[in-house]
Design a protein. Structure first.
Length: 93
């Protein structure tokens, strides 16, 4: 006997922008609702759609943290309530 499939609830991710990403997005932080099982790559695509223009270029070069841990694999799934930090390249030493 197969149990009926239950639609998964969307996840809400808190996106925090730093430096030029903050300027390009026009905000320091925002909540973004994504489909259940969404990945970092899905979140980045959603951000491109929310903020067309300059933020797209920043996202191309940015690094990301999920819950304050560096992410190298953009296929990493995001849980409800996760923090996604957008870190553009920084200059200096």
């Amino acid at each position: 006997m197969t149990s009926p499939s239950v639609p998964s609830s969307p996840v809400t991710v808190v996106v925090r922008y730093f430096a030029s990403a903050r300027a390009a997005a026009g905000t320091e932080e925002e909540k973004v609702e994504l489909a259940a099982g969404a990945t970092v790559a899905d979140a980045v695509q959603a951000l491109r759609e929310l903020h067309p223009g300059q933020l797209s270029r920043v996202l191309d070069a940015a690094s990301f943290l999920v819950n304050e841990v560096a992410v190298r694999d953009r296929g990493r799934a995001l849980g409800d309530g996760s923090y996604l930090d957008v870190l553009p390249p920084f200059a200096g030493g």
